[in-house]
Write a protein that binds this ligand. Structure first.
Ligand SMILES: [Zn+2]
Length: 57
C-alpha cells in the first residue's frame, strides 16, 4: 500500500504553463523561417522573447 493515488488524479498534462519573471504568461509561438519551423516563447506582458519557455526561469 505504498501508492497513494487519488481516483481523481489529473491526467491532462498536454499544456504546460510558464510564467515570466514579470508575472506575464509565456506564449509559445511557431514561426516558419527559411523553410524551418522555429518555436519561440514570448511573454505576453513585457514582450520578452526567448528560445524556449524554460529560459524565462
Ligand atoms: Zn515578462
Amino acid at each position: 500500500m505504498a501508492q497513494a493515488r487519488s481516483k481523481n488524479a489529473r491526467t491532462a498534462v498536454a499544456k504546460q504553463r510558464f510564467f515570466c519573471s514579470c508575472g506575464g504568461e509565456i506564449q509559445v509561438k511557431q514561426m516558419s523561417q527559411n523553410g524551418k519551423v522555429k518555436t519561440i516563447a514570448e511573454c505576453g506582458s513585457c514582450k520578452r522573447v526567448e528560445r524556449r519557455p524554460s529560459d524565462f526561469n
